[in-house]
Design a protein around this ligand. Structure first.
Ligand code: NAD
Length: 349
Protein backbone atom coordinates (compact mmCIF):
# COMPACT_ATOMS: atom_id res chain seq x y z
CA UNK A 1 0.00 0.00 0.00
CA UNK A 2 1.03 3.61 -0.56
CA UNK A 3 0.54 6.42 1.91
CA UNK A 4 1.14 9.69 0.08
CA UNK A 5 2.53 12.71 1.88
CA UNK A 6 2.34 15.24 -0.98
CA UNK A 7 0.33 14.67 -4.14
CA UNK A 8 0.64 16.62 -7.37
CA UNK A 9 -2.87 16.81 -8.82
CA UNK A 10 -2.78 17.77 -12.48
CA UNK A 11 -6.05 19.20 -13.76
CA UNK A 12 -7.34 19.83 -10.21
CA UNK A 13 -9.30 22.86 -11.44
CA UNK A 14 -11.31 20.67 -13.83
CA UNK A 15 -14.41 18.61 -13.18
CA UNK A 16 -13.12 15.29 -11.83
CA UNK A 17 -9.92 16.77 -10.36
CA UNK A 18 -11.98 19.26 -8.33
CA UNK A 19 -14.03 16.44 -6.84
CA UNK A 20 -10.88 14.45 -6.16
CA UNK A 21 -9.33 17.32 -4.15
CA UNK A 22 -12.30 17.08 -1.78
CA UNK A 23 -12.22 13.29 -1.58
CA UNK A 24 -8.47 13.18 -0.91
CA UNK A 25 -8.52 15.88 1.80
CA UNK A 26 -11.31 14.00 3.56
CA UNK A 27 -9.72 10.56 3.12
CA UNK A 28 -6.30 11.45 4.57
CA UNK A 29 -5.99 14.07 7.31
CA UNK A 30 -2.28 14.66 6.69
CA UNK A 31 -1.88 14.58 2.90
CA UNK A 32 -0.85 17.82 1.15
CA UNK A 33 -2.18 18.56 -2.33
CA UNK A 34 -0.55 20.68 -5.02
CA UNK A 35 -2.78 21.38 -8.01
CA UNK A 36 -1.09 22.11 -11.33
CA UNK A 37 -3.60 23.39 -13.86
CA UNK A 38 -3.31 25.57 -16.96
CA UNK A 39 -6.86 26.96 -16.49
CA UNK A 40 -8.05 26.26 -20.02
CA UNK A 41 -11.75 26.96 -20.69
CA UNK A 42 -12.49 23.73 -18.76
CA UNK A 43 -10.60 24.73 -15.62
CA UNK A 44 -11.69 27.35 -13.14
CA UNK A 45 -10.45 28.76 -9.85
CA UNK A 46 -14.02 28.51 -8.64
CA UNK A 47 -13.64 24.69 -8.71
CA UNK A 48 -10.68 24.69 -6.30
CA UNK A 49 -10.76 24.11 -2.53
CA UNK A 50 -9.73 26.64 0.10
CA UNK A 51 -7.68 24.59 2.52
CA UNK A 52 -4.32 25.11 4.24
CA UNK A 53 -3.26 21.71 2.88
CA UNK A 54 -3.94 22.72 -0.73
CA UNK A 55 -1.73 24.84 -3.00
CA UNK A 56 -2.69 25.97 -6.50
CA UNK A 57 -0.12 26.56 -9.23
CA UNK A 58 -1.16 27.76 -12.67
CA UNK A 59 0.93 26.08 -15.36
CA UNK A 60 1.09 23.66 -18.25
CA UNK A 61 1.87 19.98 -17.68
CA UNK A 62 3.81 19.99 -20.96
CA UNK A 63 6.24 22.50 -19.42
CA UNK A 64 8.88 20.14 -18.04
CA UNK A 65 10.58 22.91 -16.04
CA UNK A 66 7.54 23.74 -13.96
CA UNK A 67 6.82 20.09 -13.32
CA UNK A 68 10.41 19.38 -12.25
CA UNK A 69 10.45 22.40 -9.98
CA UNK A 70 7.18 21.40 -8.27
CA UNK A 71 8.27 17.80 -7.74
CA UNK A 72 11.42 18.97 -5.97
CA UNK A 73 10.03 22.00 -4.12
CA UNK A 74 7.05 20.19 -2.59
CA UNK A 75 8.74 16.80 -2.14
CA UNK A 76 6.00 15.20 -4.19
CA UNK A 77 5.73 11.44 -3.72
CA UNK A 78 2.58 10.86 -5.77
CA UNK A 79 1.08 12.24 -8.96
CA UNK A 80 -2.60 11.90 -9.81
CA UNK A 81 -2.88 12.88 -13.44
CA UNK A 82 -6.25 14.29 -14.55
CA UNK A 83 -5.15 17.16 -16.81
CA UNK A 84 -6.34 16.60 -20.35
CA UNK A 85 -8.33 18.01 -23.17
CA UNK A 86 -11.47 16.00 -22.54
CA UNK A 87 -14.30 16.91 -24.90
CA UNK A 88 -14.79 14.59 -27.90
CA UNK A 89 -16.55 17.21 -30.04
CA UNK A 90 -13.71 19.67 -29.57
CA UNK A 91 -11.20 16.95 -30.52
CA UNK A 92 -12.96 16.59 -33.87
CA UNK A 93 -12.79 20.34 -34.55
CA UNK A 94 -9.23 20.84 -33.27
CA UNK A 95 -7.18 17.74 -32.49
CA UNK A 96 -3.81 19.52 -32.08
CA UNK A 97 -4.42 20.61 -28.47
CA UNK A 98 -5.36 17.03 -27.64
CA UNK A 99 -2.07 15.65 -28.94
CA UNK A 100 -0.15 18.38 -27.14
CA UNK A 101 -1.74 18.03 -23.70
CA UNK A 102 -2.79 14.40 -23.61
CA UNK A 103 0.28 12.89 -25.26
CA UNK A 104 3.16 15.38 -24.92
CA UNK A 105 1.93 16.59 -21.52
CA UNK A 106 1.69 13.05 -20.14
CA UNK A 107 5.15 12.30 -21.50
CA UNK A 108 6.62 15.37 -19.76
CA UNK A 109 5.08 14.37 -16.45
CA UNK A 110 6.33 10.81 -16.72
CA UNK A 111 9.80 11.92 -17.62
CA UNK A 112 10.00 14.42 -14.80
CA UNK A 113 8.75 11.77 -12.35
CA UNK A 114 11.33 9.26 -13.54
CA UNK A 115 14.10 11.82 -13.12
CA UNK A 116 12.93 13.01 -9.70
CA UNK A 117 12.20 9.60 -8.24
CA UNK A 118 14.99 7.43 -9.69
CA UNK A 119 14.54 3.87 -8.42
CA UNK A 120 12.26 4.75 -5.53
CA UNK A 121 9.35 2.36 -5.10
CA UNK A 122 7.60 4.30 -2.29
CA UNK A 123 6.08 6.67 -4.87
CA UNK A 124 3.15 6.47 -7.32
CA UNK A 125 2.10 7.85 -10.68
CA UNK A 126 -1.65 7.38 -11.09
CA UNK A 127 -3.02 7.98 -14.56
CA UNK A 128 -6.72 8.78 -15.00
CA UNK A 129 -8.05 7.43 -18.28
CA UNK A 130 -11.24 6.55 -20.07
CA UNK A 131 -13.30 3.61 -21.33
CA UNK A 132 -13.21 5.27 -24.76
CA UNK A 133 -9.76 3.74 -25.42
CA UNK A 134 -11.57 0.44 -26.05
CA UNK A 135 -13.73 1.78 -28.90
CA UNK A 136 -17.39 0.83 -28.95
CA UNK A 137 -19.53 -2.25 -28.40
CA UNK A 138 -22.29 -3.84 -30.42
CA UNK A 139 -25.53 -4.18 -28.43
CA UNK A 140 -24.91 -7.81 -27.43
CA UNK A 141 -21.12 -7.73 -26.86
CA UNK A 142 -19.76 -8.29 -23.31
CA UNK A 143 -18.61 -5.25 -21.30
CA UNK A 144 -15.01 -3.98 -21.56
CA UNK A 145 -12.47 -5.72 -19.36
CA UNK A 146 -8.94 -4.59 -18.48
CA UNK A 147 -7.68 -7.00 -21.17
CA UNK A 148 -9.92 -5.71 -23.99
CA UNK A 149 -7.72 -4.57 -26.92
CA UNK A 150 -7.46 -0.83 -27.53
CA UNK A 151 -9.45 0.47 -30.51
CA UNK A 152 -10.06 4.22 -30.06
CA UNK A 153 -12.44 6.04 -32.43
CA UNK A 154 -11.94 9.80 -31.94
CA UNK A 155 -8.87 12.04 -31.72
CA UNK A 156 -9.70 12.38 -28.00
CA UNK A 157 -9.72 8.66 -27.31
CA UNK A 158 -6.69 8.06 -29.56
CA UNK A 159 -4.63 10.55 -27.53
CA UNK A 160 -5.83 9.03 -24.25
CA UNK A 161 -4.87 5.57 -25.57
CA UNK A 162 -1.43 6.90 -26.51
CA UNK A 163 -1.00 8.31 -23.00
CA UNK A 164 -1.97 4.97 -21.41
CA UNK A 165 0.67 3.24 -23.55
CA UNK A 166 3.32 5.75 -22.47
CA UNK A 167 2.46 5.20 -18.80
CA UNK A 168 2.80 1.42 -19.18
CA UNK A 169 6.03 1.84 -21.15
CA UNK A 170 7.54 3.90 -18.30
CA UNK A 171 6.59 1.18 -15.84
CA UNK A 172 7.97 -1.62 -17.96
CA UNK A 173 11.11 0.14 -19.22
CA UNK A 174 12.15 2.29 -16.26
CA UNK A 175 10.38 0.59 -13.37
CA UNK A 176 8.24 3.66 -12.58
CA UNK A 177 5.53 2.64 -10.05
CA UNK A 178 2.29 3.38 -11.90
CA UNK A 179 -1.42 2.60 -11.68
CA UNK A 180 -4.13 3.33 -14.25
CA UNK A 181 -7.91 3.59 -14.02
CA UNK A 182 -10.10 3.57 -17.12
CA UNK A 183 -13.48 4.99 -16.25
CA UNK A 184 -16.81 5.39 -17.97
CA UNK A 185 -18.76 8.68 -18.36
CA UNK A 186 -18.85 10.80 -15.21
CA UNK A 187 -21.46 13.31 -14.10
CA UNK A 188 -22.01 15.41 -10.99
CA UNK A 189 -20.88 18.64 -9.29
CA UNK A 190 -18.46 20.99 -11.14
CA UNK A 191 -19.03 19.48 -14.57
CA UNK A 192 -18.53 22.03 -17.34
CA UNK A 193 -21.90 22.73 -18.97
CA UNK A 194 -20.90 21.53 -22.45
CA UNK A 195 -21.34 17.88 -21.35
CA UNK A 196 -24.65 16.05 -21.81
CA UNK A 197 -26.05 16.00 -18.26
CA UNK A 198 -25.35 19.59 -17.11
CA UNK A 199 -26.19 20.84 -20.60
CA UNK A 200 -29.56 19.09 -20.49
CA UNK A 201 -30.35 20.40 -17.01
CA UNK A 202 -29.38 23.99 -17.76
CA UNK A 203 -31.03 24.22 -21.16
CA UNK A 204 -34.22 22.65 -19.86
CA UNK A 205 -34.37 24.98 -16.86
CA UNK A 206 -34.08 28.00 -19.12
CA UNK A 207 -36.68 26.71 -21.58
CA UNK A 208 -34.18 26.11 -24.42
CA UNK A 209 -34.17 23.07 -26.67
CA UNK A 210 -32.29 19.98 -25.46
CA UNK A 211 -30.14 18.70 -28.35
CA UNK A 212 -29.81 14.92 -28.78
CA UNK A 213 -27.36 13.45 -31.27
CA UNK A 214 -28.75 11.15 -33.98
CA UNK A 215 -31.44 8.75 -32.75
CA UNK A 216 -30.47 9.07 -29.07
CA UNK A 217 -29.92 5.32 -28.84
CA UNK A 218 -26.23 5.60 -27.87
CA UNK A 219 -25.54 3.79 -24.60
CA UNK A 220 -23.11 5.08 -21.97
CA UNK A 221 -22.16 3.62 -18.59
CA UNK A 222 -22.74 6.57 -16.22
CA UNK A 223 -20.91 6.97 -12.92
CA UNK A 224 -21.40 9.65 -10.27
CA UNK A 225 -18.10 11.55 -10.08
CA UNK A 226 -17.60 11.07 -6.32
CA UNK A 227 -17.71 7.31 -6.81
CA UNK A 228 -15.03 7.60 -9.47
CA UNK A 229 -12.86 9.68 -7.12
CA UNK A 230 -13.25 7.09 -4.35
CA UNK A 231 -12.14 4.40 -6.81
CA UNK A 232 -9.06 6.45 -7.74
CA UNK A 233 -8.22 6.92 -4.06
CA UNK A 234 -8.51 3.18 -3.42
CA UNK A 235 -6.35 2.30 -6.41
CA UNK A 236 -3.76 4.97 -5.58
CA UNK A 237 -3.34 3.90 -1.97
CA UNK A 238 -4.01 0.15 -2.09
CA UNK A 239 -3.45 -1.34 -5.55
CA UNK A 240 -0.29 -3.14 -6.59
CA UNK A 241 2.17 -1.14 -8.65
CA UNK A 242 1.52 -1.73 -12.36
CA UNK A 243 -2.20 -2.44 -11.90
CA UNK A 244 -4.97 -1.24 -14.21
CA UNK A 245 -8.64 -1.18 -13.15
CA UNK A 246 -11.81 -0.50 -15.08
CA UNK A 247 -14.29 1.69 -13.22
CA UNK A 248 -17.95 2.15 -14.14
CA UNK A 249 -21.40 2.68 -12.76
CA UNK A 250 -23.24 -0.32 -14.14
CA UNK A 251 -25.96 2.09 -15.34
CA UNK A 252 -26.52 1.84 -19.04
CA UNK A 253 -29.40 3.97 -20.23
CA UNK A 254 -29.60 5.25 -23.80
CA UNK A 255 -28.94 8.97 -24.13
CA UNK A 256 -32.64 9.46 -24.84
CA UNK A 257 -33.68 7.54 -21.69
CA UNK A 258 -31.21 9.55 -19.66
CA UNK A 259 -32.59 12.86 -20.92
CA UNK A 260 -36.14 11.67 -20.19
CA UNK A 261 -35.14 10.81 -16.63
CA UNK A 262 -33.57 14.22 -16.11
CA UNK A 263 -36.70 15.88 -17.49
CA UNK A 264 -38.77 13.88 -14.99
CA UNK A 265 -36.65 15.14 -12.07
CA UNK A 266 -36.89 18.71 -13.37
CA UNK A 267 -40.68 18.47 -13.74
CA UNK A 268 -40.85 18.00 -9.96
CA UNK A 269 -38.30 20.64 -8.99
CA UNK A 270 -39.34 23.18 -11.56
CA UNK A 271 -43.02 22.52 -12.33
CA UNK A 272 -43.49 25.80 -14.17
CA UNK A 273 -41.40 24.39 -17.05
CA UNK A 274 -43.10 20.98 -17.18
CA UNK A 275 -43.16 18.85 -19.18
CA UNK A 276 -39.48 19.52 -19.96
CA UNK A 277 -39.38 16.61 -22.39
CA UNK A 278 -41.16 18.79 -24.97
CA UNK A 279 -37.80 20.60 -25.41
CA UNK A 280 -35.99 17.56 -26.84
CA UNK A 281 -34.67 18.16 -30.36
CA UNK A 282 -32.81 15.57 -32.44
CA UNK A 283 -29.70 16.97 -34.16
CA UNK A 284 -27.21 15.54 -36.69
CA UNK A 285 -25.10 12.81 -35.10
CA UNK A 286 -21.44 13.31 -34.19
CA UNK A 287 -19.13 11.78 -36.87
CA UNK A 288 -17.68 8.43 -35.76
CA UNK A 289 -20.00 8.43 -32.73
CA UNK A 290 -19.49 5.32 -30.58
CA UNK A 291 -22.77 3.46 -30.06
CA UNK A 292 -22.22 1.74 -26.77
CA UNK A 293 -19.77 1.54 -23.87
CA UNK A 294 -20.05 -0.75 -20.86
CA UNK A 295 -17.49 -1.54 -18.18
CA UNK A 296 -16.87 -4.82 -16.40
CA UNK A 297 -15.84 -3.80 -12.87
CA UNK A 298 -15.37 -7.29 -11.44
CA UNK A 299 -11.64 -6.78 -10.85
CA UNK A 300 -11.82 -3.59 -8.73
CA UNK A 301 -14.74 -5.03 -6.73
CA UNK A 302 -12.85 -8.26 -6.10
CA UNK A 303 -9.40 -6.79 -5.30
CA UNK A 304 -10.30 -3.54 -3.55
CA UNK A 305 -13.94 -3.97 -2.56
CA UNK A 306 -14.91 -0.84 -4.52
CA UNK A 307 -18.53 -0.44 -5.59
CA UNK A 308 -20.42 2.71 -6.57
CA UNK A 309 -22.50 4.17 -3.73
CA UNK A 310 -24.81 6.07 -6.06
CA UNK A 311 -27.42 4.67 -8.39
CA UNK A 312 -28.28 6.67 -11.49
CA UNK A 313 -31.35 7.92 -9.72
CA UNK A 314 -29.62 9.15 -6.52
CA UNK A 315 -26.75 10.57 -8.59
CA UNK A 316 -29.03 12.53 -10.92
CA UNK A 317 -31.03 13.87 -7.96
CA UNK A 318 -27.80 14.98 -6.28
CA UNK A 319 -26.57 16.63 -9.50
CA UNK A 320 -29.77 18.59 -10.06
CA UNK A 321 -29.80 19.63 -6.39
CA UNK A 322 -26.18 20.77 -6.66
CA UNK A 323 -26.97 22.93 -9.70
CA UNK A 324 -29.87 24.55 -7.84
CA UNK A 325 -27.62 25.21 -4.82
CA UNK A 326 -24.61 26.56 -6.73
CA UNK A 327 -25.74 29.36 -8.94
CA UNK A 328 -22.75 31.56 -8.07
CA UNK A 329 -20.56 28.80 -9.44
CA UNK A 330 -22.59 28.71 -12.67
CA UNK A 331 -22.51 32.46 -12.94
CA UNK A 332 -18.71 32.46 -12.51
CA UNK A 333 -18.25 29.78 -15.18
CA UNK A 334 -20.55 31.64 -17.55
CA UNK A 335 -18.70 34.94 -16.97
CA UNK A 336 -15.24 33.43 -17.43
CA UNK A 337 -16.22 31.81 -20.71
CA UNK A 338 -18.57 34.38 -22.12
CA UNK A 339 -21.26 31.75 -22.25
CA UNK A 340 -24.67 32.57 -23.48
CA UNK A 341 -26.95 33.66 -20.65
CA UNK A 342 -28.99 30.46 -20.79
CA UNK A 343 -26.20 28.73 -18.97
CA UNK A 344 -26.20 31.08 -16.03
CA UNK A 345 -29.07 32.00 -13.84
CA UNK A 346 -32.03 32.31 -16.12
CA UNK A 347 -34.21 29.94 -14.14
CA UNK A 348 -36.12 30.11 -10.91
CA UNK A 349 -36.96 27.40 -8.40
P1 NAD B 1 -12.02 18.67 -17.64
O1 NAD B 1 -11.92 19.03 -19.08
O2 NAD B 1 -13.18 19.09 -16.85
O3 NAD B 1 -10.73 19.20 -16.85
C1 NAD B 1 -9.45 19.13 -17.38
C2 NAD B 1 -8.57 20.06 -16.57
O4 NAD B 1 -7.23 19.97 -17.10
C3 NAD B 1 -8.98 21.53 -16.67
O5 NAD B 1 -8.94 22.12 -15.38
C4 NAD B 1 -7.92 22.15 -17.56
O6 NAD B 1 -7.66 23.51 -17.26
C5 NAD B 1 -6.72 21.28 -17.25
N1 NAD B 1 -5.74 21.26 -18.35
C6 NAD B 1 -5.99 21.07 -19.67
N2 NAD B 1 -4.84 21.12 -20.36
C7 NAD B 1 -3.84 21.33 -19.45
C8 NAD B 1 -2.44 21.47 -19.55
N3 NAD B 1 -1.80 21.40 -20.73
N4 NAD B 1 -1.73 21.67 -18.41
C9 NAD B 1 -2.36 21.75 -17.21
N5 NAD B 1 -3.68 21.64 -17.07
C10 NAD B 1 -4.42 21.43 -18.18
O7 NAD B 1 -11.83 17.08 -17.63
P2 NAD B 1 -12.46 16.00 -16.65
O8 NAD B 1 -13.79 15.60 -17.20
O9 NAD B 1 -12.32 16.43 -15.25
O10 NAD B 1 -11.48 14.78 -16.92
C11 NAD B 1 -10.28 14.60 -16.13
C12 NAD B 1 -9.56 13.37 -16.62
O11 NAD B 1 -10.41 12.24 -16.51
C13 NAD B 1 -9.15 13.43 -18.08
O12 NAD B 1 -7.87 12.86 -18.19
C14 NAD B 1 -10.17 12.59 -18.81
O13 NAD B 1 -9.62 11.99 -19.94
C15 NAD B 1 -10.49 11.56 -17.75
N6 NAD B 1 -11.85 10.98 -17.81
C16 NAD B 1 -12.96 11.79 -17.87
C17 NAD B 1 -14.22 11.21 -17.89
C18 NAD B 1 -15.46 12.07 -17.91
O14 NAD B 1 -16.56 11.53 -18.05
N7 NAD B 1 -15.39 13.37 -17.73
C19 NAD B 1 -14.36 9.82 -17.87
C20 NAD B 1 -13.20 9.02 -17.81
C21 NAD B 1 -11.96 9.63 -17.77
Amino acid sequence: SFQPSALLITGGAGFIGANFLRVALAADPSVRLITLDALTYAGSRSNLVEDPRHTFVQGDIADGEIVRRLLAEHEIDGIVHFAAESHVDRSILGPAAFVQTNVVGTFQLLDAAREAWGDRQDVRFHHVSTDEVYGDLTPEAPAFRETTPYDPSSPYSATKAASDHLVRAYARTYGLPVTITNCSNNYGPFQYPEKLIPLTILRALSGRTIPIYGDGQQVRDWLYVRDHCEAIWQVLTRAASGATYNVGGGNQPTNLDLVHRICGILDERHPQGAPHVRLVEFVTDRPGHDRRYAMDTTAIARDLGWRPRHTLSTGLDATVAWIFDNREWLAAIARENDLDDWIATQYTD
